[in-house]
Write a new protein. Structure first.
Length: 417
């Protein structure tokens, strides 16, 4: 088994991907310097025998004071953030450090904003996130839950399949063998006694119908299905009047490639035009090239069906996301479930957007300490905001008093402190 894993790692590190796709519309992952396998930024097998020593990285967190948080507690107040925090507490209550805080939070009156501010300041300590180069600003993008028109049967305009996970897709968790690969999965398919990388998007589209997985529903627009895969979840308005939710189930293991970046590189769009709206407009003008465009992204996402319940789809914690209060983060640095003070700006604007958010999701393109994907909600209006959001921002994680960020503890151990 160990030899098989090593062979597959060497042959197809592109199959190692994070387990949730939120935020993939931001940009392709940036490979670490010196890697011979650019799609595998942490895989030990892919590292060359000798790599020039990199400069010492900055610690990922710095303890902060409350008066250092811009505009705390914000014009929107803390009441809605409290409700999102109580959602996180459904999971955090299993952690000893969080139990007293979550128990106390359940007794709060959401309407008393002044008391809420004092409560947060008394129970939690802010830690500012810091990038490896010491910078304290990073990219803040947006995502949403699209609403698609679909049918249970293939008919008339409904010709675009939304697939469940294929039976032949094999997923391997390597954390037991390689702890540094936590939050990563190895995906592939068997051919005889060989484990190969799974089909890319272009290859999948060429597979015979009988070789594909179950179709959950048929949509009426291929670009809508593509963006559904990027967002990771969505609602389907079925032709019989009912509505269902489809949520990320798995992915083919290939790296995400930005179709917006491809259009820019080809000179098809100008800088500033590669938004979701700009890409849709290009496809309308070049319908014969739509599949060529989509195939430049080899990643393919599969779904599971869920009932429509709660304000948003389930995030990486299995809990419903809250519109404009949930963010996707990199769990290697930001603990899932934790409150995060976010200081950024509204999409395509210099207007400040400062708000207490909850780290309730993850994403394939959400990599690095100061990096987040802002969940705007469901439908066209949320999609319009998410599609144009690409802002700079800063982040502070709020942790119970006395609790040190796990990523900081790990950093100090590695640094010998």
């Amino acid at each position: 088994m160990a030899m098989l894993l090593s062979i597959l790692l060497l042959a197809g590190c592109a199959a190692l991907r994070p387990s949730s796709p939120a935020g993939q519309d931001a940009a392709a992952l940036t490979p670490a310097t010196g890697l011979t396998c650019p799609a595998c930024p942490v895989c030990p097998v892919c590292r060359p025998a000798s790599v020039e020593a990199a400069p010492a990285a900055a610690p990922p967190f710095v303890a902060a004071r409350w008066d250092e948080l811009p505009d705390w507690p914000g014009a929107d107040g803390l009441a809605k953030s409290l409700q999102a925090f109580l959602t996180s507490c459904q999971s955090l209550l299993r952690q000893p450090d969080w139990q007293p805080v979550c128990t106390a939070a359940s007794q709060l009156e959401a309407a008393d904003e002044s008391r809420l501010r004092l409560w947060f300041e008394a129970h939690l300590q802010p830690w500012q996130l810091v990038n490896p180069d010491g910078g304290r600003s990073g990219l803040i993008t947006g995502y949403y839950e699209p609403l698609l028109r679909a049918s249970r049967t293939r008919q008339a305009a409904y010709q675009q399949p939304i697939y469940a996970t294929p039976a032949d897709l094999i997923e391997v968790d390597l954390a037991g063998l390689y702890p540094e690969l936590k939050h990563m999965r190895l995906r592939g398919r068997l051919q005889g006694n060989k484990l190969l990388p799974y089909w890319s998007r272009a290859e999948w589209e060429k597979q015979p119908e009988q070789g594909r997985s179950k179709v959950l529903a048929w949509a009426d627009d291929a670009i809508d299905v593509f963006f559904l895969q990027i967002q990771g979840s969505g609602q389907l308005q079925l032709d019989d009047g009912s509505r269902i939710r489809v949520n990320y189930a798995n992915q083919n293991g290939h790296p995400y490639r930005s179709i917006g970046r491809w259009l820019l590189d080809q000179g098809e769009l100008k800088p500033g035009q590669a938004s979701m709206q700009g890409i849709r407009q290009w496809v309308k003008q070049h319908p014969a090239r739509a599949q060529e465009l989509l195939d430049t992204n080899p990643s393919y996402v599969f779904f599971r069906e869920l009932p429509v319940a709660g304000e948003g789809p389930p995030g990486a914690m299995g809990l419903a996301l809250t519109p404009e209060r949930s963010i996707a983060i990199d769990p290697r640095t930001t603990p899932l479930g934790a409150p995060v003070w976010l200081a950024t700006t509204y999409p395509n604007s210099a207007q400040p957007l400062t708000r207490l958010m909850l780290a309730q999701d993850t994403g394939g393109a959400i990599r690095g300490p100061v990096r987040a994907d802002f969940y705007w909600g469901s439908g066209a209006e949320a999609g319009a905001q998410a599609g144009k959001m690409s802002q700079q921002g800063q982040m502070w994680v709020l942790l119970p008093n006395g609790m040190k960020p796990p990523a900081l503890t790990a950093f100090e151990k590695t640094a010998g402190k």
